[in-house]
Design a protein around this ligand. Structure first.
Ligand code: HEC
Ligand code: HEC
Length: 261
């Protein structure tokens, strides 16, 4: 008996070490669910949820689990609460899942129902909003709902136009997620003035940008001596100032920004 217990303890210790090693090897593992979670969740979903929510997650009016459209929930905690306690009056049953099963179902939903996709964790929007204005210093560059500078893209509707995993990539590795239109530009006029800024629009002959003084500038390309589009994002990675849990909170806040939609 005690013999067996010692062996079990050793096994458990090995598992913990192995888990820690996997975590360390994958750079963003802390803010993501594992592919094993997603796959397990896919099976649980098919067995327990698809009956009502449908194979694509849009079987119930106003809810699209695959696309992350919920009536009330925003954070992963909200979803976990709904699944564990149900919404009896509305016909959503409660499920007595083990923590690993609950994690798996959340992972599958956050992966957009793609067993080989990535599933990012979504924290608490209220905390994220405080971090956006405070420690994360996001508000020093970004504008939201009419407040803040124009040097960086306005994020007022970002939650309606980007997925959680795209947003997460913007936060963790801004350069890798930078859209062509958001690339920084540097222009030198024939008279020798250098203008740096963010493109708003560009066609064959002209370019409109917001310069680093937040002025709207329109340039005729024929009048420029140099015109260069940068490849590196001016945005510092959020990982420089925020922990992975804090990034999940900021992500939750961004998902609530839907431009009044
Ligand atoms: C018997 C049918 C049924 C089953 C089975 C079921 N649901 Fe639901 N679920 C519902 C209904 C109905 C609602 C809508 C409740 C409402 O009016 O907001 C709902 C709502 C939800 C919501 C939305 C919460 C929000 O904030 O809007 C989530 C998330 C959810 N279900 C997840 C699941 C998961 C995960 C499973 C499987 C583990 C599951 N459901 C199984 C019927 C079901
Ligand atoms: C020094 C200024 C600066 C700071 C600080 C900054 N950003 Fe940015 N951010 C930018 C610029 C410039 C871009 C456009 C280039 C790019 O996409 O990387 C951008 C892009 C983004 C995008 C992608 C927009 C899109 O259209 O997809 C998101 C999301 C974002 N930032 C969120 C944040 C959050 C959240 C923080 C705080 C943790 C933050 N930023 C801090 C300057 C900044």
């Amino acid at each position: 008996m005690s013999h067996l217990r010692v062996r079990l303890l050793t096994l458990a210790a090995c598992a913990v070490v192995a888990l820690a090693a996997t975590r360390a090897s994958a750079q963003v593992a802390d803010h993501q669910y594992t592919s094993a979670d997603i796959e397990a969740g896919s099976r649980l979903y098919a067995n327990q949820c698809a009956l009502c929510h449908g194979p694509n997650g849009d079987g119930i009016n106003g809810i699209d689990l695959r696309r992350g459209v919920f009536r009330r929930s925003v954070s992963d905690d909200d979803l976990a609460r709904v699944i564990s306690t149900g919404i009896a009056a509305a016909g959503m049953p409660s499920f007595r899942f083990q923590p690993v099963e609950l994690t798996a179902v959340l992972a599958f939903i956050r992966a957009g129902f793609d067993p080989s996709g990535t599933a990012v964790k979504v924290g608490t929007p209220g905390r994220g909003q405080a971090l956006f204005a405070g420690k994360g210093a996001c508000a020093s560059c970004h504008r939201v709902n009419g407040a803040g500078p124009r040097t960086a893209p306005d994020l007022s509707d970002i939650g309606a136009i980007r997925t959680p995993s795209t947003l997460q990539r913007s936060l963790v590795n801004p350069t890798s997620a930078m859209l062509p239109i958001n690339k920084p530009v540097r222009a030198v006029t024939k008279s020798g003035t250098t203008i740096r800024g963010r493109r708003l629009n560009e066609d064959t002959y002209t370019v409109q940008l917001i310069d680093d003084q937040e002025r709207l500038v329109s340039l005729i390309k024929a009048d420029l001596r140099e015109y260069e589009v940068g490849k590196t994002s001016p945005m510092p990675p959020a990982t420089a100032v925020l922990s992975s849990g804090e990034i999940a909170d900021v992500l939750a806040y961004l998902l609530t920004l839907k431009g009044g939609l």
